[in-house]
Design a protein around this ligand. Structure first.
Ligand code: HEM
Length: 181
């Protein structure tokens, strides 16, 4: 997983629990990288899982909820760092449809070793859409937070529900999106 995810994760954690507590948690996790991440580096996905378990315990929050909150935070960071992608899309559904066909493609060019999920727009109507997420890293809680932050950016209210499934390719999570305003 790319260093940018880890550096933003630690900024998010610092906002949540403060710098000193973050230092303590990193030390207690005994990570292969020692928690010294650079944005261009690549690190084991297992480190974010370990950090999440430790922060979840520290804050008495469910790991899943912590990852969703990080997704909201990361979505806001992406809006600042990659504003062009947001300007190119007129609506939330246009943006979400472009993640797989355009945005993550450009991200892969920028970071050739990035490990990106598959985010397929399966169905799309005026007020409803289904987005299918597949990834061996199973970070659908991150995807949920990213979708919620993006909906806010577009000023759209959406109800999001998740449905787990599997086919002959892999397990997946379908996000059912319903626009309410
Ligand atoms: C401007 C918008 C976006 C940019 C620049 C972006 C970029 C990235 C980058 C750099 C990574 C890390 C890859 C790695 O660590 O190897 C990533 C991972 C990921 N992205 Fe995006 N992304 C964007 C929007 C979205 C949206 C809207 C979603 C959800 C619908 C999404 C879902 C994910 C997930 C869940 C991961 C974690 C890896 C995994 O699940 O396998 N991204 N993205």
């Amino acid at each position: 997983m790319k260093g940018i995810v880890f550096t933003e994760y630690l900024s998010f954690a610092e906002k949540l629990v403060g710098e000193d507590a973050v230092e303590d948690v990193i030390e207690a996790c005994d990570l292969p990288s020692g928690g010294a991440y650079t944005t261009v580096g690549t690190y084991d996905h297992g480190e974010i899982v370990k950090l999440t378990e430790a922060f979840a315990e520290h804050t008495s929050t469910e790991p899943e909820e912590l990852v969703r909150l990080f997704g909201v935070y990361l979505g806001e960071v992406f809006q600042k760092k990659f504003g062009q992608f947001f300007e190119e899309a007129p609506t939330l559904f246009d943006f979400l449809a472009s993640v797989h066909t355009h945005i993550h493609v450009e991200v892969q060019k920028l970071y050739p070793d990035a490990e990106l999920p598959s985010i397929e727009m399966l169905e799309r109507r005026e007020h409803e859409a289904v987005l299918r997420y597949r990834s061996p890293r199973k970070m659908d809680a991150l995807a949920l937070g990213l979708i919620q932050a993006t909906a806010s950016h577009f000023g759209e209210n959406v109800d999001v529900s998740r449905e787990h499934g599997r086919d002959d390719r892999s397990e997946f999570v379908d996000f059912h999106l319903r626009r309410s305003g």
